[in-house]
Design a protein around this ligand. Structure first.
Ligand code: CMP
Length: 138
């Protein structure tokens, strides 16, 4: 079944000029790009986007970091998109990510890990809706 998911290129990767290379890999892997934006998140927006982590010790640092530069959220479609994208980007910590994965190749550490992707169907709906409306998507 075709699914939609959200991937967001984070400020380390946009700042290092890796956005294009990451999108290229996603397209080569069969993820179809349905929508794409670039923006800088306001603090309140970042707190809302990552609200599920608000009680975690790393939350303030995460919000500081994700608001520190440009992010590039995009909607991707493919068979089994949510799980296959998570597998393709690799583990949260680049040090533990699979060889050849996006986080291994473009991430530096657990915070500067190049990309975020939705972890479940309900999360994907919420995260896509956070950045896009229906008319934005092809
Ligand atoms: P992401 O997939 O965007 O979801 C939440 C982010 O919090 C995660 O990637 C990491 O970049 C960041 N983070 C920072 N520290 C930790 C940690 N100790 N455990 C999990 N995530 C962390």
């Amino acid at each position: 079944m075709k699914e939609k998911t959200l991937l967001m290129v984070k400020p380390d990767a946009t700042g290092n000029g890796n956005t294009g290379a990451i999108i290229r890999r996603l397209e080569m892997e069969g993820f179809r790009l349905l929508g794409l934006r670039s923006l800088k998140l306001a603090r309140a927006e970042a707190e809302a986007f990552y609200g599920v982590h608000k009680d975690r010790p790393f939350f303030p640092d995460l919000v500081d970091y994700i608001t520190s530069g440009m992010v590039v959220p995009m909607v991707l479609e493919r068979e089994n998109a949510i799980l296959s994208l998570r597998e393709f980007i690799g583990a949260t910590n680049p040090a533990e990510a699979r060889e050849g994965s996006i986080r291994k190749d473009f991430g530096a550490d657990i915070q500067h890990n190049a990309v975020h992707s939705s972890d479940a169907p309900e999360t994907a709906v919420r995260e896509i809706g956070f950045f896009f409306t229906e008319k934005d998507l092809v």
